[in-house]
Design a protein around this ligand. Structure first.
Ligand code: ATP
Length: 230
């Protein structure tokens, strides 16, 4: 089967600083990959290369068999790659309901928007209870849920979840992971960048562990724990 995402011998630089060295990985459609490693090991850089935010200085990026190595970020986005970052991608001054309307509204009729919102609220009862609350006044965990509800509604082909559990209470991290499982079950391929190794490996099929910009382990998720003591 053609991998959904393939990085082949990728190098990445920030000016003179080299952040990735000869990194290769491949994710099959529908799979969940955990991307692990200590602070500064290059996880976010790799995620940015995969979503077109950083252009590799060497190597190849393929999405669904097509070479995107020299492409612009918007061309990556058009393929259905969605990069969710820890900074919350919501409109702080709008209500929960208005945030969902905006996210779901594109290309849908009024009835379809209303149905899509019902789906989101059924998955996130906490958001349903707070539908009229201004999003900026939600707790950190609830804001993360709202941004994930928006992702779920977009149905991306590849979701790059970049440290979504950072700074959240353990119980909220559990609900973020339940949401990621819903997103996977709806057919989205996942690349999960994570410091919570246990959570990430519990949901992942495969894992890549980075150290100082190089791949230290690539293989089954079960085998990664020994390499990812951070
Ligand atoms: P963390 O878990 O701390 O986010 P990470 O594994 O995601 O770390 P990166 O953020 O990819 O690692 O950083 C890899 C290296 O690249 C680090 O040494 C970092 O200082 C450097 N780096 C990251 N972003 C930039 C940038 N915009 N300009 C210059 N150097 C950068």
């Amino acid at each position: 089967m053609t991998p959904l995402l393939e990085l082949i011998n990728v190098d990445a630089r920030y000016g003179p600083f080299r952040a990735l060295f000869d990194v290769s990985l491949s994710i099959q459609p529908g799979a969940v990959m955990a991307l692990l490693g200590p602070n500064g090991s290059g996880k976010t850089t790799l995620a940015r290369v995969a979503s077109g935010l950083v252009r590799p200085s060497a190597g190849t990026v393929r999405f669904d068999g097509t070479d995107f190595s020299g492409s612009e970020t918007y061309e990556f986005a058009r393929t259905g790659i969605f990069h969710a970052v820890e900074g919350r991608s919501i409109f702080a001054t709008l209500s929960v309901d208005e945030n969902l309307e905006l996210a779901l509204g594109r290309g849908r009729s009024r009835t379809e928007v209303s149905e899509a919102k019902d789906v989101a609220y059924a998955l996130f009862p906490r958001l349903a209870e707070r539908r009229n609350q201004i999003a900026g006044t939600l707790s950190g965990g609830e804001q993360r849920m709202l941004s994930l509800a928006r992702v779920l509604a977009e149905q991306p082909r590849l979701l790059i979840a970049d440290e979504l559990s950072l700074g959240l209470a353990p119980i909220i991290v559990d609900s973020v992971y339940e949401t990621l499982a819903h997103i996977r079950d709806a057919g989205t391929t996942l690349l999960i960048v994570e410091q919570h190794v246990g959570h990430a490996l519990a949901i992942a099929d495969e894992a890549v562990v980075l150290a100082k910009g190089s791949v230290k382990y690539a293989g089954a998720a079960e085998g990664a724990a020994a390499y990812s003591t951070i």
